[in-house]
Design a protein around this ligand. Structure first.
Ligand code: 5GP
Ligand code: ZN
Length: 137
């Protein structure tokens, strides 16, 4: 896709520090790391977000990110790892080529955590939404 930063990185036209590659994915260091060792894993084929990926493409992305997280743990020895994906601007997505963040974590590393305030929900609403989301058996 023209004008897509991560497509340019996949094509090698924009430099990046690559840490892993599979047939379908590329993993490279984030240039604005939340913590040292922050890695992004992207599908090589342009997809704006996970909604544009089928289950197979998403599974390949997840497997590659899983391998990155294993390596981050082995090499950097963090005490935890956060993995996340922003899908849509409302979710914080700023680069519109699907990507999974792998972020090593240490106590007191400064990342406000958790970033939401957990409070008990309305049990009726939880049950009703669960009913709407439940997969048919
Ligand atoms: P998002 O906010 O869309 O979930 O994450 C986009 C990520 O891409 C950010 O963490 C940002 O630091 C990273 N990023 C933006 N531009 C570049 C770039 O040119 N190279 C690399 N390696 N990462 C980038
Ligand atoms: Zn792209």
């Amino acid at each position: 896709m023209p004008d897509c930063l991560f497509c340019e990185i996949v094509a090698g036209r924009v430099p990046s520090v690559i840490v892993g590659e599979t047939e379908a994915t590329l993993s490279f260091m984030d240039i604005n790391p939340v913590n040292p060792g922050h890695v992004l894993t992207v599908p090589k084929r342009h997809s704006t977000d996970m909604w544009e990926m089928d289950a197979e493409a998403f599974a390949e992305l997840a497997a590659a990110a899983h391998e990155v997280a294993r390596r981050v743990r082995r090499v950097l020895r963090p005490e935890g790892v956060n993995m996340f994906m922003a899908n849509g601007a409302a979710a914080g997505q700023t680069v519109f080529h699907a990507h999974v963040h792998t972020i090593p974590r240490w106590p007191g590393d400064g990342w406000i955590d958790p970033s939401w305030v957990a409070a008990p929900g309305d049990p009726d609403e939880i049950a009703a939404i669960g009913e709407r989301l439940r997969a048919p058996r």
